[in-house]
Ligand binder design. Structure first.
Ligand code: ADP
Ligand code: 5GP
Length: 215
């Protein structure tokens, strides 16, 4: 079960932006990291660890029409909105990208991304593969990171052990996983999350390495 301390904890873009982040020292611009994974691969677990390692990093809070899971907080893990509200936001052009994922609508609010980048801070998007493709097309300097489980059996076992999804939802997520894995090659970086500590090290290494690259 996801807890309020998971990867979607965050962000106030308006207040108290530190002026001495690593990004500012480097070149005054933040990097946009796009992390995707089949559901159950361990993306939330990895991002939660990365949050501890990179406290200056921002995390995009998506809008979704999905119902909150136990422990999820509106405005922290997601902005939980009605379908009517979501559709109004589409009409108003408020999303960098939006997609239907596993039967629900999810969208990345554009404003906070623009503010983060302009203020020299890096930001991580945790979005699905189709959304990631759209971000890569619109923002070619985005850094794509694909996280996978060692194989489909392990993925299914993790989804069941997590205990947050119905049997129908697990079946849908497994069907989608096979499709999502075919897009892994579109991401510059790929991590197989077998051993958690090794996977966290790898992800942290990628963030450090990419943060040193000037845009
Ligand atoms: P996602 O966010 O990709 O859907 P989660 O982070 O919720 O996936 O992880 C799914 C389940 O697998 C959780 O119960 C988590 O504790 C577990 N898990 C994550 N990484 C590993 C790992 N390397 N080894 C074993 N279990 C893991
Ligand atoms: P969950 O319902 O398990 O939180 O998320 C389901 C999937 O939706 C995950 O793959 C997650 O990365 C993706 N997702 C979350 N927010 C967004 C978003 O704003 N846009 C897109 N395209 N996918 C998202």
């Amino acid at each position: 079960m996801k807890t309020p301390t998971n990867s979607r904890m965050v962000i106030s873009f308006m207040g108290n932006l530190p002026t001495q982040t690593a990004d500012r020292r480097r070149n005054g611009r933040g990097r946009l990291f796009v992390v995707s994974a089949p559901s159950g691969a361990g993306k939330s677990t990895l991002l939660e660890r990365v949050r501890e390692l990179f406290p200056e990093m921002l995390y995009s809070v998506s809008c979704t029409t999905r119902a909150p899971r136990t422990g999820e907080i509106d405005g922290v893990h997601y902005h939980f909105v009605s379908e009517a509200e979501f559709r109004r936001m589409i009409q108003e052009g408020r999303f960098l990208e939006w997609k239907e994922v596993h039967g629900n609508l999810y969208g990345t609010p554009a404003g906070p991304i623009e503010e983060a980048i302009a203020s020299g801070r890096s930001i991580i998007l945790d979005i699905d593969v189709e959304g990631a493709k759209e971000v890569f097309a619109r923002m070619p300097s985005a850094v794509g990171i694909f996280i996978n489980a060692p194989n489909l059996e392990v993925l299914e076992e993790r989804l069941r052990r997590r205990g947050t999804d119905s049997e129908d939802a697990i079946r849908l997520r497994m069907r989608n996983a096979a499709i999502e894995m075919q897009s892994a090659r579109l991401f510059q970086h790929r991590i197989v999350n077998a051993d958690l500590v090794a996977a966290v090290d790898q992800l942290a290494g990628i963030i450090r390495q990419e943060s040193e690259i000037s845009l």
